[in-house]
Design a protein around this ligand. Sequence first.
Ligand SMILES: [Zn+2]
Length: 376
Amino acid sequence: MPQTDSGINTPPLENECHEHIGPQLPDFTTVMDACRGRLHKRLSELLSLEQLCRQAGSLIQSRTEALIDVDEFTLPLVSLVIGNPDTAKHCLFVTAGIHGVERIGTQVLLAWLESVVERCRWDSHWRQQFESEICIVAVPIVNPGGMLRDSRCNPNGIDLNRHAPIDAEDKVPFLVGGQRLWRKIPWYRGRRDDDFEPEFIALQNIIGRHCKVGRPSIVVDFHSGFGFQDHLWIPYAYRRLPIADIGSYVALKLLWERNFPHHNYVFGPQAMHYLSHGDIWDYFYQHCRAQGITLLPLTLEMGSWLWVKKHPQQLFSFAGLFNPTVPHRHARVLRGHLLLIDFLLAAARNMEHWQPKGEQEREMQQMAQSLWYRQL
Ligand SMILES: [Zn+2]
C-alpha cells in the first residue's frame, strides 16, 4: 500500500473555528430586496433559492455569509441549514456553483432541497432525522457573481477551485491545472497564497462553524463539464497518492454499489484523470483532519460532453458546454441525481454503521490499491 498522508502539513488559517464568524450581515431577504427585481434574466437560481426558503418556513435557516459586489448588484452568498446544527450528530454539506457557469449543479441541488422540504411535510420519520440525528448545510450558489456573469471565475477573475493554498506535487495540465500568469485566462489562482477571496473565506467560515470533533460529515460538491459520464470524485486533486481515509471511501463506494447495482456513476479518485493546484476540498479535508475532524468530500462531476454530443448546437454558447439546454434532457438531469443525494444523506447519518475500522479498514485500503493505485 503506498504511503498515505498521515503527516499532514496545513498552513495555519487566519481564523480558527469560532473566530470565523464575521460581523452580522443583513439577512437574506433584506439583501434580496435591493436586487430581486433585476435578477430574473441573469440569476434566476438566486430567486429560486429565495423561494425555497420562503416555502420551507422554519424548516430552513438562511444566513448571509458574504456580500459580493458585481456590476450594478450586491449579491448575497447564502448558506442554508436544515436541522439543528447545535445538536446534530452528523452533517451533510452540499455545495454548488463554485464555478459560476455550471448552473446545472445549483439547479440539481435546489431540486433536491425542494424534495427534502416537501417530504418533511408528510413523512414523520424523514422529518425526525433532522431533530437530532443530522443536519444539512447547503451553499447552493458559492459564486453568485460568477453565475450572474456566466463565468467560471468569481468577479475578481479567480477560479475558486484553484484558489486554496495547496500546490500539486506533480505536473498539472498547462493552465487548466491552475495558473498565476494572468487573471484574464481561466483557472487563475490569485496572485498569492495568503490573500483569500470572500467566497473562499465564507466557505471556510461555514466549515469552521459546523465541522466538529465527533461529528463526522460528508460533502458533495456539484460540478459539470468533464467527460461523457457522471463521475463521483474522491480527493485528492493535488497528489496521486491515496487520501488517508481511502478505506472509508471504498466502503462508501461498495455500500452504494450493493444498494444500487445498476447505477451509472464512475466512482474513483480524481487524480486518475488530472491533478490541479488549489483544490478547496483537498485543503478543507486536510485542515479538518489536522484537528481530528472527519470530513469526507466528494465531487459530483456531471458529464456534460454527452449533452453536447447529443445536441452539438450547444457548442456555440459557452454556457452550453456546461449545462443541458434541451428541456427533456434538463429535466432528466434534475431528477437523475436525487437517489444518489438521498443515499449520501443516509450514509452520512449512519457513518458508524459502515465506516471500516482496524482489520476491515486495512482490507479496504488493499482493495483501493488494486482498484486504483497499482502503478504507484
Ligand atoms: Zn466546476
